[in-house]
Design a protein around this ligand. Structure first.
Ligand code: AGP
Length: 615
């Protein structure tokens, strides 16, 4: 996934672009570039590396102009290097184009353009697109907007693009299909912003237009914003007011966004609950899925699709729905679901979980399930995101912008919403007795304060992190509701500290992985009081017998595991169903501190991007 910014107005574009790229760097950061138009002058600066490397590259050169575009890249076609960095130009040198997505049929288009005399410098699919637009503009003698429309009519794939032309310094053209683009309507007349999401726009304006798939935006300094579709039909822009606030995008005094977001969880979980959990009336209200409650209650099956951390939240959802609402659940990796020709029926409910709301595999899984008649319910964090817009209904997690690439508060927010859904459906179906329902409702309401208490164990977690920061492997074990948390803890460690880690059902360890246990292997075990506690204690003894190092997450006051484990981290007691909301916190902190001690880039781990909008 890449970051895209654009500016057209009365101010100098370069500072706005660079600041915008910094806010989008979490989306991809292996190379960056800007194109600036000043009168008939087009200047392009681009290089491998981060936005700070781009700034150094520009330094000392004229970077003037009130029209410009900028891009920070997560490589798909062509390795990260100066040539493959965006913006890309065509033969004429008039156009500059930036792109987020993949042009699937770039090869045949490139072949035809070579035959027409075009020569290419990069290995990218993007460069083919700018040559195509340039070729159409010159052979058809049309304006930039029309040339873009004609070119996209022959393109297959996902794109969010912005194009500028030095022959027309008053126009910026943008288009999207399956990759997000937001237009900011500036406070001053004739001022417009473009970005992959709202984070670079919010400090300039709160009036935005979320572009829809297939739309082309022709933005002119004096004529303003015009929207068309590929069929050249005019569309009326729908201007919305941004809910996001600038302070949510700053680090707020923390060293990293990830640490800030871990510590935000008491608030973010409270925000996920706000207006939905009513203790007085003893009810759960989820307005976003109200029209589909009956569908949910009568559902023969719930399918949950997602990727990465969202898939782990889905696994917790499986336990919640089967336990509380007695509905059969299947949890699928979206990337597997979409290609295995799954059986999907009209009375199936599909829950699509995605923090960014832009993950390509999850979007594709939704389209497949929709095409087979299922009802799609979204659980997204980004308002107005692509997934939020293609589902039939949904509940936002309201966790606030999650900038750190490693997902933390989004996970607990997703689990919170899944718990609300399972409680509501269980109560309405009558599969969850009144006393159990009220007990769980009260427990859920108490979770934010309990999360605050878990965060107070950070010093203990940091002490443990220092002991195990040089481990080469790690094992995470959990049973029942804690098995998905074991998977999530392992993912956190490997994606930001680059230590190999595996999550396993605790009982499954004796069917093979126990061969890995020795005194070099830290084993993180979630051993909280609950239905499978005694069994997990046995698993801990099996590890101890093989000299494994045990770091256990236990319920406050536990003495038994304390005797067995090398280290314990105590968390408050809560219902089995809600333990994931507490037990994951020490694992998030542990991976964070180990990564910092190893000198890793916590907010922008190598090879990763915040949302994978390519397949
Ligand atoms: C989690 O820490 C990772 N960043 C990654 O696995 C992520 O959860 C996955 O790419 C799904 O993203 P989404 O929730 O935005 O769809």
């Amino acid at each position: 996934m890449c970051g895209i910014v654009g500016y057209l107005g009365a101010k100098q574009a370069y500072p706005i672009l660079i600041n915008g790229l910094r806010r989008l760097e979490y989306r991809g950061y292996d190379s960056a570039g800007v194109a600036l138009i000043d009168g008939s002058e087009l200047r392009i600066f681009k290089c491998q590396g981060k936005v700070s490397d781009l700034e150094a590259h520009v330094n000392g050169h004229p970077a003037t102009g009130t029209l410009g575009i900028g891009h920070t890249r997560w490589a798909t076609h062509g390795p990260p290097n100066d040539v493959n960095a965006h913006p890309h130009q065509a033969t004429s040198g008039d156009l500059a184009l930036i792109h987020n997505g993949i042009i699937e049929n770039y090869a045949p288009i490139k072949e035809e353009l070579v035959q027409r005399g075009h020569s290419f410098r990069s290995d990218t699919d993007t460069e083919v697109l700018v040559h195509l637009i340039d070729d159409i503009q010159r052979t058809e003698g049309v304006e930039l907007g029309e040339a873009v429309r004609l070119a996209l009519a022959s393109v297959v794939g996902a794109y969010a693009i912005v194009v500028v032309d030095r022959k027309d310094p008053d126009t910026m053209v943008a288009a999207r299909r399956s990759s997000p683009l937001v237009i900011g309507i500036g406070e001053q007349d004739g001022e417009f912003f473009l970005a992959s999401d709202a984070t670079p726009i919010v400090e300039h304006t709160r009036n935005v237009v979320y572009m829809e798939d297939g739309e082309i935006a022709i933005i002119h300094r004096t004529d303003g914003l015009r929207l068309r579709n590929i069929k050249n039909q005019e569309k009326t822009p729908f201007i919305q007011e941004l809910e996001m606030h600038l302070e949510a995008l700053e680090k707020g005094g923390y060293d990293h966004f990830m640490l800030k977001e871990i510590h935000e969880q008491p608030r973010s979980i409270r925000d996920s609950l706000r207006g939905r959990l009513n203790l007085v009336k003893g009810e759960v209200v989820l307005g976003g899925i109200k029209d589909y409650e009956q569908k949910f209650i009568q559902a023969k099956r719930v399918l949950i699709v997602g990727c990465g951390t969202s898939w782990h939240a889905g696994l917790v959802g499986e336990y919640l729905f089967e336990d509380l609402a007695r509905i059969p659940v299947e949890v699928e990796y979206a990337s597997e679901f979409r290609y295995r020709n799954p059986i999907v029926n009209e009375d199936d409910i599909v829950i699509a979980i995605s923090q960014s709301g832009e993950t390509a595999d999850t979007l594709a899984a939704i389209e497949l399930a929709k095409s087979r008649g299922a009802t799609i319910i979204g659980i997204c964090n980004v308002v107005g995101s692509s997934i939020a817009r293609v589902t039939h209904a949904g509940s936002y997690t309201h966790a606030g912008p999650e900038i750190g690439v490693a997902s933390t508060k989004a996970f607990t927010a997703q689990v919170t919403v899944l718990a609300l859904m399972a409680l509501m459906i269980g109560q309405k179906k009558g599969t969850l007795g009144g006393s159990s329902f009220h007990r769980l409702l009260n427990e859920l309401d108490a979770i934010p304060d309990k999360v605050q208490r878990v965060l107070a164990t950070e010093a203990q977690v940091k002490y443990i992190a220092d002991i195990y920061k040089d481990a080469r492997n790690a094992l995470y074990l959990g049973r029942g509701y804690s098995f998905p948390v074991a998977l999530e803890g392992a993912l956190k460690l490997k994606e930001i500290s680059y230590i190999h880690a595996e999550g396993y059902p605790a009982a499954e360890m004796k069917h093979g992985p126990i061969a890995l246990i020795d005194d070099e292997m830290p084993v993180f075990v979630i051993a909280t009081k609950g239905s499978s506690y005694e069994k997990v204690v046995s698993n801990i003894q099996e590890v101890k017998a093989r000299k494994g190092k045990i770091i256990a997450i236990v319920t406050e006051g536990d003495r038994v595991v304390k005797e067995l484990a090398d280290h314990t981290i105590e968390i408050p007691e809560t219902a089995d169903q809600l333990v994931p909301l507490l037990s994951v916190i020490p694992l998030q902190l542990l991976s964070y501190h180990i990564a910092v001690m190893r000198g890793c880039n916590v907010d922008q781990p190598r090879n990763l991007a915040k949302s994978v909008t390519v397949e």
